[in-house]
Ligand binder design. Structure first.
Ligand SMILES: [Zn+2]
Length: 197
């Protein structure tokens, strides 16, 4: 695992975490020790600077990734960005939509996801390493159901969010702010549960 400055930063401080010396394209292929190293890197870099650290993973060209090697992006903001400021209260985990658990954390399909298979990973206390293990679990399941689809994931205070990009955002989504999710959350949860890893 290695942390390097982003060669094309759009913000004052932006870094890239390279997840493995092996050429792995997906987080789904990372080993346990590699996942733990990623969680440690996120924490160490967060503690090294002030401000709000946004850690995210873009996988696949259609999800905004320009590198085929598994990596995450670290972006620092002066204050919590709008999506974080907008969220109030705990992540809406629905017992009936839980797909997998690890330690105190649960991964569940979002009850009102914007896109198919949108998933929340949350629990108390929130351990980012456990969250990354659950993320790998869900991505592995997703690949069994839908193939190697592009996806975005990001860390928010107390939870992690995964948004697979099976559909393209178009005029209704971007212009009206109305999202057409073509797979019911209960069907998505059934599919992911059935695709045991
Ligand atoms: Zn969130």
């Amino acid at each position: 695992m290695r942390v390097v400055p982003n060669l094309y930063p759009a913000f004052a401080r932006q870094e890239v975490v390279i997840h493995s010396p092996r050429h792995v394209r997906s987080l789904a292929e990372l080993a346990d020790d590699e996942l733990r190293a990623v969680a440690e890197a996120w924490a160490a870099r967060r503690d090294a600077f002030g401000g709000y650290l946004h850690a995210c993973i873009n996988e696949g060209h259609a999800a905004g990734s320009s590198l085929p090697h598994s990596h995450s992006q670290l972006v620092w903001f002066d204050e919590p960005p709008p999506e974080v400021a907008r969220e109030r209260g705990p992540a809406p985990i629905d017992d009936d939509l839980v797909v997998a658990t690890r330690g105190d954390l649960r991964a569940a399909v979002h009850p009102a996801g914007r896109l198919p298979y949108e998933t929340l990973i949350a629990g108390e206390p929130f351990d980012p390493a456990d969250a990354l293990f659950l993320l790998r679990d869900v991505v592995q399941r997703l690949r069994r159901v839908e193939g190697p689809v592009p996806w975005n994931a990001w860390l928010h205070p107390g939870h992690l969010e995964l948004v697979p990009r099976l559909t393209v955002l178009a005029g209704v989504e971007l212009g009206a702010g109305v999202y057409v999710n073509t797979i019911a959350p209960s069907d998505a949860a059934d599919g992911l549960r059935t695709a045991a890893t």
